[in-house]
Design a protein around this ligand. Structure first.
Ligand code: NAD
Length: 469
């Protein structure tokens, strides 16, 4: 047993776990964070958000150099792809950030414990060292589960890490695939499909639903589909993948099309991106009495406490959207509530972003949700093509759509398809957090020339007062 009894042991060092550990330490708690991997930061920093954004940026520049630089009057001559350097830059960003978390732990006095954490009870966590298998026992007052998620498998499609892979391997292909088949046109499928398409691969996406990007506002996801199609990505929607078979250096994917007949498509790599599931393997949660629901998620109350007093859970492992920024907020709120600070998360104001080009960003209700709930709403739309900054950036595709209550004018949702949508959405998230009306956004002075003016114009358009169209 450890010499000290910690106030809190956090299991998992992803954005949920490491942020919770730091905030708990700021609040004066003695904290240990157990991580099975040698690198801190979880999926997001190591094999998720951060490395994918690095490759998205590099591939975007490559594509712009090929297709757009000449419109700026820039002639680059013989442009070449140095994939090894591109991958090295990505790895270096990951390394800087994961080491950064280690530094933050040191600075805040969070004790890092390397090894596999298993919950014995709300007051004891056993850790098996990754280096030598030795077992140590941590004594604690509370346990916080922040173990995240892992890739959902797909029946009939066996991952081999070479030809049939997950997003982890698709971040490291050493050569550009000739034909990448992506199963699932959700966020991961679109982001990694974009990377390899821009670098020269033929990319085909097979999607079960009749549209891309899951529950995204239908008009917005249709705009994204059209744009990505124009960029060269091929979509087969409403199809069900039945199997994938490796034949030498090819993979044959069999799917059932809309006609109900089995068809095949073959490529040299297959990326399986059909969602993620909560990761509780070997955690000992169920054995310690923690209830898991039918899909393996851990239900929690408003304190993020499980059914076992003293055992808490946050992030991808609990029901709700799997988003790094939501996990962070849950971590902060969970440990603040442990300390008597009665804060909560406004689940209506959580942004979601797909980092395609242009980006897709949303917050709040979609038109479909409002219609289903019978809420009377007004909408305002403004296109980027009527914005000076967007023209200067050569990024005029897309629009901002704001939805507001027809009676109170309170902002209910915003859906952006356009340049830097992931940054622009922040303004509307803040507005919704403050209970703002669309008139509040319309009356707020926005810097000129800026992409933010499109948000303001969309708010003006709600009332038929857009000025620049
Ligand atoms: P997702 O749920 O976003 O998309 C999976 C897609 O696969 C869905 O559209 C689904 O209909 C489809 N699908 C499922 N089974 C299928 C089948 N048999 N054949 C064809 N299509 C099928 O999941 P994801 O893209 O794997 O991402 C996993 C999680 O990670 C998500 O919760 C996502 O929000 C999160 N994530 C977020 C970001 C971001 O915020 N930018 C980036 C990457 C991942």
């Amino acid at each position: 047993m450890s010499d000290i009894t910690y106030d809190l042991v956090v299991i998992g060092s992803g954005p949920g776990g490491y942020i919770a550990a730091i905030r708990a330490a700021q609040l004066g708690m003695s904290v240990a964070c157990v991580e099975k991997d040698s690198s801190l930061g979880g999926t997001c920093l190591n094999v998720g958000c951060i490395p994918s954004k690095a490759l998205l940026e590099s591939s975007e520049l490559y594509s712009a150099a090929q297709k757009e630089f000449k419109r700026h009057g820039l002639l680059v001559g013989d442009l070449k792809l140095d994939l090894a350097t591109m991958l090295k830059r990505k790895d270096s960003i990951v390394s800087q950030l994961t080491k950064g978390v280690a530094g933050l732990f040191k600075k805040n006095g969070v004790v890092r414990v390397e090894g596999w954490g298993r919950i014995v009870s709300a007051t004891e966590v056993e850790v098996r060292s990754a280096a030598n298998g030795a077992l140590t026992s941590l004594s604690t007052k509370r346990v916080l589960i922040a173990t995240g998620s892992s890739v959902s498998p797909l029946r009939g499609v066996e991952l081999d890490g070479q030809r049939i892979v997950t997003s982890t391997e698709a971040l490291c292909f050493e050569t550009v695939p000739e034909h990448l088949i992506v199963i699932g046109a959700g966020v991961i499928g679109l982001e990694l499909g974009s990377v390899w398409a821009r670098l020269g691969a033929k990319v085909t996406l097979l999607e079960y639903l009749p549209h891309i990007l899951g529950n995204t506002d239908a008009e917005t996801s249709a705009l994204a589909l059209k744009s990505l199609g124009r960029q060269g990505m091929q979509f087969m929607l409403g199809v069900k993948v039945l199997s994938a078979t490796v034949l030498d250096d090819k993979v044959v994917v069999t799917y059932e099309g809309t006609s109900g007949v089995a068809e095949t498509v073959s490529g040299d790599r297959v990326l399986v991106a059909v969602g993620r599931r909560p990761y509780t393997q070997g955690l000992g949660a169920a054995e310690a009495g923690v209830t898991l629901d039918a899909r393996g998620f851990i239900p929690v109350d408003h304190d993020y406490q499980t059914n076992v007093p003293g055992i808490y859970a946050i992030g991808d492992v609990i029901p709700g959207p799997m988003l790094a920024h939501l996990a962070e907020d849950e971590g902060v709120v969970c440990v603040e509530r442990m300390n008597g600070i009665k804060v909560h998360i406004n689940t209506d104001a959580i942004p979601a972003v797909a980092y395609t080009w242009p980006e897709v960003a949303s917050v709040g209700a979609t038109e479909e949700e409002l219609a289903k709930r019978g809420v009377a709403y007004k909408k305002g739309i403004f296109p980027f093509v009527a914005n000076g900054r967007a023209k200067a950036l050569l990024a005029t595709e897309g629009q901002v759509k704001i939805l507001a209550d027809a009676v109170t004018d309170r902002v209910l949702g915003c859906h952006i398809f356009g340049p830097r949508a992931g940054d622009l959405i922040g303004e509307v998230v803040m507005a919704m957090e403050m209970g703002a009306s669309s008139e509040d956004i319309a009356r707020t002075c926005h810097a000129h020339p800026g992409l933010g003016e499109v948000v303001r114009e969309a708010a003006l358009a709600l009332d038929g007062r857009a000025l620049n169209i």
